[in-house]
Design a protein around this ligand. Structure first.
Ligand SMILES: NC(=O)c1ccc[n+]([C@@H]2O[C@H](COP(=O)([O-])OP(=O)(O)OC[C@H]3O[C@@H](n4cnc5c(N)ncnc54)[C@H](O)[C@@H]3O)[C@@H](O)[C@H]2O)c1
Length: 318
């Protein structure tokens, strides 16, 4: 199968590329390198079945060209940061909603009919039901990121109905693991590198979060592609457990051998749109035989190991 992966040089995208190539597919990677990193594509670039197009999803012509002959689009490119939405409201609209509409239009033009879309558990805002199922009512949107992803989900569903596309929409919890490049583990690591005796935490540290290991996330996507055959297939992706931000801090500090003084900005939320509690009901994807291999603690430890080894390697090179 020929697959176009948008966001191919990103954290999740580069793993997706590697997995698709090792399964024997031919892959076109598409990325504007805004947060993507060339080194994440090192092994892909050496693979004869991989081609890379550095371009922007807002450039419709490049996108349609890259999609030629593709049977599946794995659309992972986005502004993936929830945190700075209110500082740059246009960004979520452009990078998440309009960019997705461009992908859909290019699919129509190129007769490509299957799409995987990386949505987010943030679309549930602050739900009343835990664990939160895919059928949960959406009470209120709390982040521009979540709202822009939900709008993109809506466009995808309407294109399935109107133009005969088939969609696989995944609402992820936060993803952890090798090549992790943004999120609380990086923030904490950077702070502790600068001042090992002090860590400032956004919120009160009691936010309850669910995390998923990146290879488990990709396993779930590939399982759904193989086994689900509805017109619009929507899956939550997460583990059946949660931890407090304070637990994650404990594991990170233990791994680094540090005992910093903790200070907190206070409040139940670290920033506008931060959900105090995320726990997704994942029985729909589990019914297809998928199980996460790593626990939350193992996923956080894999991440801090990667982040600290990566920082040491970058320092040694410079
Ligand atoms: N990482 C998580 O915890 C998480 C959780 C929920 C959902 N998601 C979603 O998963 C997807 C991948 O996230 P990630 O963590 O790998 O993020 P990432 O920032 O590492 O990857 C996104 C990639 O898209 C590229 N990109 C961004 N805008 C583009 C554009 N206009 N044109 C072309 N390329 C563009 C970036 O350069 C980057 O390589 C995103 O859609 C994100 O919203 C991620």
């Amino acid at each position: 199968m020929r697959v176009l992966v948008t966001g191919a040089a990103g954290f999740i995208g580069s793993h997706m590329v590697d997995r698709l190539l090792s399964a024997g597919h031919s892959v076109v990677g598409f990325d504007n390198m805004s947060t993507g990193q060339q080194r994440f594509l090192e092994s892909a670039i050496a693979h004869p079945q991989f081609t890379f197009r550095e371009a922007d999803l807002l450039d419709r012509k490049s996108l349609a060209g890259a999609m030629e002959g593709a049977e599946l689009v794995v659309h992972l490119a986005a502004n993936a940061d929830v945190r700075f939405g209110t500082e740059r409201p246009r960004k979520d609209l452009e990078q998440n909603t309009i960019a997705t509409w461009n992908v859909l239009e290019a699919m129509r033009e190129q007769d490509c009919t299957r799409i995987v879309f990386s949505s987010t558990g943030s679309v549930y805002g602050e739900p009343d039901i835990f664990p939160t199922p895919e059928t949960c009512p959406f009470p209120v949107q709390t982040s521009l990121y979540g709202a822009s992803k939900l709008a993109a989900e809506g466009l995808i569903q309407a294109y399935c109905e109107g133009f005969g596309l088939q969609a696989y929409i995944f609402r992820f919890v936060s993803i952890m693991g090798e090549r992790y490049s943004h999120g609380h583990v990086v923030d904490f690591y950077q702070q502790l590198s600068e001042h090992p005796d002090h860590l400032h935490v956004l919120g009160n540290g009691h936010q309850r979060k669910s995390y998923l290991y990146v290879q488990d996330c990709i396993d779930a996507i590939l399982t759904a592609l193989e086994k689900a055959d509805g017109k619009v297939n929507i899956f939550n992706l997460g583990t059946d457990e949660y931890c407090e931000v304070n637990d994650s801090i404990g594991w990170i500090c233990e791994h680094l051998g540090l005992r910093p003084k903790l200070t907190y900005s206070g409040g139940e939320r670290g920033w506008v749109g931060d959900s105090p509690f995320i726990l997704l009901e994942c029985s729909r994807i589990r019914a297809l035989g998928w199980r996460p291999r790593l626990s939350i603690k193992q996923a956080v430890l894999a991440t801090i190991k990667f982040v600290s080894a990566d920082a040491a390697a970058v320092k040694a090179e410079s």
